[in-house]
Design a protein around this ligand. Sequence first.
Ligand code: IPE
Ligand code: IPE
Ligand code: MG
Length: 241
Amino acid sequence: MKRPSHLAIIMDGNGRWAKRKNKSRHFGHIRGTQVAKSIIQECAKLKIPYLTLYAFSSENWLRPAAEVSILMKILNKYLKKETTNLVKENIRFNTIGDSSQLSEEIRSIVNDAKNRTAHCTGMTLTFALSYGGRQELTHAIQAIAEKIKSGDLKSDMINEDLVRGYLPSNHLPDPDLILRTSGEKRLSNFLLWQSAYSELYFSEKLWPDFTEADLQEALIHYSSRERRYGRISDLPSTQLT
Ligand code: IPE
Ligand code: IPE
Ligand code: MG
């Protein structure tokens, strides 16, 4: 079965899941973290080389302060508890996003997880944290403009490879498959540059209900997709007229 090298997931629906159960959104985020843990393990088992999880968007800072604080606490607890397991499972951890917006404490825990897993050679797990595709592109444009201003770069040297080089995610291949749960069919500012030719898969399941079997279903679906990148299929020459 053809598998994605890079699977990126928009884990959505924690709040609605909790609401349906008459619980606080907090409860949904806790359950969502447990699901993230099992999906990370499953992807490592399936030997998917790159897994990127959209954990917190640039726009999620606009949520009520109490919810932001809870999300940060959950992240803090997850990383403190899970880094040892990531090392054991040979999973390399990293992040994309604007870390300057994160608290000192979270930044240091994130850095600790990155450092302690830096030697790991199995799956690369990336958390998109305080991440926005537009913000990432805006920063890249600013950095390129600075280089032009200082005379280190000429505008006719700007091409796709150069732009890509200015994106903090340039160590990751483009996602082959972007999966979003909760039935919403949008990217919500996720990997805008990198998703140009990604396959998109939308699951109706809310993230806290998403299972290994649902992941399998998405992967089976992906394996049947024909990716043409603007070209045409490899048809026998008789059909090419
Ligand atoms: C995803 O679930 C988690 C984050 C965005 C941090 P939501 O919190 O967006 O849940 P819904 O979409 O409101 O149900
Ligand atoms: C996208 O979900 C961000 C994450 C899953 C972290 P949102 O719930 O924030 O997106 P919208 O508001 O439905 O577009
Ligand atoms: Mg949502």
